[in-house]
Design a protein around this ligand. Structure first.
Ligand SMILES: Cc1cc2nc3c(=O)[nH]c(=O)nc-3n(C[C@H](O)[C@H](O)[C@H](O)COP(=O)(O)OP(=O)(O)OC[C@H]3O[C@@H](n4cnc5c(N)ncnc54)[C@H](O)[C@@H]3O)c2cc1C
Length: 440
């Protein structure tokens, strides 16, 4: 093939159902690998919440593997810790109240990604989403399309949307988040794992102008990422928008462990948040006093699914493995999924290989992503001094959190892809997706 020969498109088309970070990353991965797709988004425009999102080293590597232009866009807009000495620092941990971890205001731990590795940095969600959107051709997207069902046909799938319209494709990937319709289709409505469950925690989110934060907290605490730790809660702050804004997420344990409201995101007045942090120290109270209109988010995740695909329909991102945000890795996992899924579909010749690709995806992605869900819940309890056998024991606490983050960050995705491709080759040689040695 000469350099002027256009690369050959795959002779099949994938419907991506949902255009959050997961669906858009997948679209970009498909586009780069010449896999025809169409993305159906339920909203009338792409949108993200007004808050920051942090990515660790594994997520950055995944962006580069899906398509290096994602990483370039991210690097252009990400905000690093302000102090040069803190380039590899993810968070400095301070005691937000007196506890076994330290006296209120005491610095007791610095979590770093290691020498020369960029620390976990925060970017405004809407800015990151805009970067992703700019890489997806507009003609490949339809808005106002809430997928309700996906049915298998003789040559692929037919998707039915809430507005009564239909679309056909060779296969579908459900990227429709933590309230996924497609998950119910894949697992069956009677499977309890098809439904999200409340994790017993909620979080206030808000953005504070950096000048106000600096006035209250000083340069070091406002302009670098910090976690304030206490009993049954923790508060995370990090600079975003090139240091113009401080992102705040303040977590609390819900005492009765229940969430009865049908809404998961509720506007709050500051009073409610002040009451929640009334017995915390001065620094935390100062942060709370700057939260103009915090939203409160109930934190739900998905129980482990026994499979991520059914025939020609597969789940990806939160729809497959929504997790709590305590280790800052859910969106990164959706980008990892996109890399493995797009690379596997690039390996097959025609639509007959799709189910095998989904099976290989399930085999390598399900163990890692489900471990994220459990380690993230456990990590949340450790952060809130509720960790089993850890509580407020400073040494155990530090070791536990360092190990959980290392597990997430040190993944070499190329190895998982190699394993999945070998599995796919095995299936091809044996003549089908069902005939495999893999125990999953
Ligand atoms: C408080 C909080 C903080 C977090 N912080 C971090 C962090 O710092 N780092 C990190 O990596 N992760 C973080 N996460 C997790 C992260 O936000 C998610 O893992 C990530 O956004 C999931 O992306 P997704 O595309 O899979 O799903 P979503 O973002 O939920 O996107 C789903 C999309 O599908 C659309 N949709 C829904 N239903 C349908 C349908 N039936 N048909 C068509 N379209 C549909 C929706 O409109 C939406 O656009 C955090 C989560 C929370 C709650």
């Amino acid at each position: 093939m000469t350099s002027s020969t256009p690369p050959k498109e795959k002779p099949f088309k994938i419907a991506i159902l949902g255009g959050g970070i997961g669906g858009l990353s997948l679209a970009i991965g498909f586009y780069k690998r010449h896999i025809p797709f169409h993305l159906y988004e339920s909203a009338h425009a792409f949108a993200e919440v007004g808050a920051g999102v942090g990515f660790g080293p594994n997520s950055l590597r995944a962006m580069g593997l899906v398509d290096p232009v994602i990483l370039e866009g991210y690097m252009k807009h990400v905000t690093h810790n302000a102090f040069p000495s803190k380039k590899s620092t993810c968070f400095d941990f301070y005691a937000g109240m007196d506890s076994g971890l330290g006296k209120e205001g005491e610095h007791f731990f610095e979590l770093t990604t290691g020498e020369g590795v960029l620390g976990m940095c925060c970017i405004h969600r809407a800015v990151f989403l805009d970067q992703l959107v700019s890489l997806v051709p507009p003609e490949t997207v339809s808005f106002g399309k809430r997928a309700v069902t996906v049915e298998e046909t003789s040559n692929g799938v037919q998707i039915k949307f809430e507005d009564g319209s239909k679309a056909s494709a060779s296969a579908a990937v459900g990227c429709d988040g933590v309230k996924s319709n497609i998950r119910k289709m894949v697992l069956g409505k009677e499977d309890p794992a098809a439904y999200p469950s409340f994790t017993g925690k909620y979080a206030y989110r808000g953005l504070i102008p950096m000048n106000k934060a600096v006035d209250m907290l000083g340069d070091e605490l406002a302009r670098n990422a910090v976690m304030w730790i206490g009993k049954q809660g923790h508060i995370l702050t990090s600079p975003v928008e090139k240091g113009e804004v401080m992102n705040v997420v303040a977590f609390k344990t819900k005492k009765d462990g229940k969430w009865d409201n049908k809404y998961w995101v509720l506007p709050q007045d500051r009073k409610g948040m002040e009451d929640d942090f009334a017995d915390w120290g001065d620094s935390v109270k100062k942060i709370v006093s700057l939260m103009e209109k915090p939203d409160v988010w109930a934190l739900f995740d998905y129980p482990p699914a026994n499979i991520y695909y059914k025939g020609r329909t597969c789940l990806s991102g939160d729809a497959a493995h929504a997790s709590t945000p305590h280790l800052g890795a859910g969106a990164g996992m959706a980008i990892e999924d996109a890399y493995i899924m797009a690379s596997l579909l690039a390996e097959i010749e025609d639509e007959k290989g799709i189910e095998g690709a989904f099976r290989a995806f399930d085999a390598v992605r399900r163990p890692r992503t489900q471990k994220l869900v459990s380690t993230s819940q456990e990590g949340g309890r450790v952060l809130d001094c509720e960790g089993k056998g850890i509580g407020e024991d400073r040494e155990k606490w530090r070791k536990d959190l360092a190990e959980r983050h290392e597990w997430i960050w040190e993944k070499k995705l190329e190895d998982d892809l190699e394993e999945a491709v070998a599995m796919l080759e095995g299936m091809k040689a044996r003549g089908g997706a069902e005939d495999t040695d893999y125990k999953i």
